[in-house]
Write a protein that binds this ligand. Structure first.
Ligand SMILES: Cc1cc2nc3c(=O)[nH]c(=O)nc-3n(C[C@H](O)[C@H](O)[C@H](O)COP(=O)(O)O)c2cc1C
Length: 391
């Protein structure tokens, strides 16, 4: 008799059998993309980040970003904020209005305009502030599970993940996800999976998730083995490849059945026609999300290079699709392709999305002098939430 695999992740009352989380990605992981990915496999699919302030102000954009489709059974929202009170108000609103089943807090943004004001990945350096934001969110969330997502720290000399991880655990979070890079690393090099193993080891009593450079199901299983994490967070690897979640599901099914097996699966290898169909379906879902065919067609343009990476479609096809105006126009452009063209192999795999080189992290003056907020830093921080895309 086969015994059922134990739930891989537990978020409050939810059991998530496939320990895979779709990484929040601004401008990408809206309801449309989440729905598309979920059609391929199990896991938890998190919204792109929404700023707590925009949410409290109920801006039209933020309300759209926290929306979910009825088929999304765990409504997962990522919040970004710099102020405990505003975070608390945003979480209170999400919970009171029954808009979320899980709330993730983003402490990993490396963008200079955010870190320069002390926000994003610069924030956990201020231990008191970090702890009070997480505590405020957990308190306001009640039974709704809260998780945090962060980077290793500011740079190699100013690491924050171990003490921030402990503070988050002590505040009562459900899980901690670590992207194995510092803010200065940006997206360069390879994510440091050893840091993920270190966090896992230092926090045996809370779920730890690993993030960074999972481009295939084999990478995901490799991270599980190498770091001992409870689950993986997958970002850029699924851009233009929502079927990666089918591979992840298959590999984890095998891994959960027998952790010693090599979890060798036959990955999905779509031909060109299948890629074109997924691209079109993505656009249809975006039309529902934006309630505008024109807006959806503008938005899908950024996905063209990812979907068709490695396929023999030619420059003219790519250029036309990058200016697509309507579904009818899309069909016309796509009618020229050889739908039977097979999966191109390695050409279609590997890194995609942001790959920027390392750069020194921009910080407010004297930010590193103290791990407490001093002087008018609290006031300055308010600006670290303005002008951030996310609602
Ligand atoms: C286009 C893009 C947008 C992102 N937006 C967010 C975001 O809104 N919130 C967040 O926590 N991380 C964001 N990230 C970081 C990812 O969630 C993830 O941590 C990072 O890409 C590393 O994982 P990967 O190697 O699997 O891509 C973003 C990354 C990309 C490429």
């Amino acid at each position: 008799m086969q015994t059922a695999a134990k739930p891989a992740l537990r978020y409050g009352k939810f059991e998530i059998n496939t320990p895979v989380v779709l990484a929040p990605m601004a401008g990408i992981t809206n309801t449309a993309f989440r729905r598309l990915c979920r059609e391929f496999g199990g896991g938890l699919y998190v919204s792109e980040m929404v700023t707590s302030r925009a949410l409290v102000e109920r801006t039209e954009e933020s309300m759209r970003l926290v929306g979910h489709h009825e088929s999304e059974d765990i409504r997962s929202v990522q919040l970004y904020g710099v102020d405990p009170k505003t975070i608390s108000d945003a979480v209170t609103m999400l919970v009171a209005e029954d808009r979320a089943d899980h709330i993730d807090l983003n402490f990993g943004c490396p963008v200079p305009k955010v870190t320069r004001k002390g926000g994003g990945a610069a924030l956990p350096w201020k231990q008191d502030l970090f702890a009070s934001i997480v505590q405020a969110a957990v308190k306001a969330a009640g039974d709704v599970p809260v998780t945090v997502k962060m980077r290793k720290g500011i740079d190699a000399e100013h690491l924050t993940f171990l003490d921030a991880g402990k503070a988050a655990r002590d505040a009562g979070v459900t899980a901690i996800a670590l992207h194995g890079r510092t803010a200065s690393d940006y997206y360069s090099g390879h994510a440091d999976w050893n840091s993920i193993a270190d966090l896992r080891e230092s926090l045996p009593d809370v779920q730890v998730l690993g993030n960074g450079d999972i481009w295939s199901a084999a990478d995901a299983i490799q991270m599980m083995r190498q770091t001992g994490v409870d689950g993986v967070v997958v970002g850029r690897g699924c851009l233009g490849r929502p079927w990666l979640f089918a591979d992840l599901q298959a590999a984890f099914d095998e891994y959960q059945r027998d952790p010693n097996s090599n979890a060798n699966i036959s990955p999905v290898q779509p031909n060109l026609g299948e890629v074109a169909d997924a691209f079109r379906r993505h656009t249809e879902l975006l039309i529902e999300f934006f309630e505008s065919e024109e807006h959806a067609c503008r938005d899908i343009r950024k996905h063209v290079a990812w979907y068709f990476k490695g396929y023999p479609v030619g420059g003219e096809f790519r250029a036309s699709l990058a200016q697509v105006k309507s579904l009818e126009h899309m069909d016309e452009i796509m009618s020229s392709i050889d739908r039977g063209a097979p999966y191109p192999g390695d050409e279609a795999e590997g890194p995609r999305g942001r790959l920027g080189g390392s750069k020194q992290c921009s910080l407010p003056e004297r930010w590193l002098d103290s791990r407490e907020l001093v002087g008018d830093q609290r006031k300055m921080l308010q600006e670290a939430e303005l002008g951030v895309s996310g609602g």
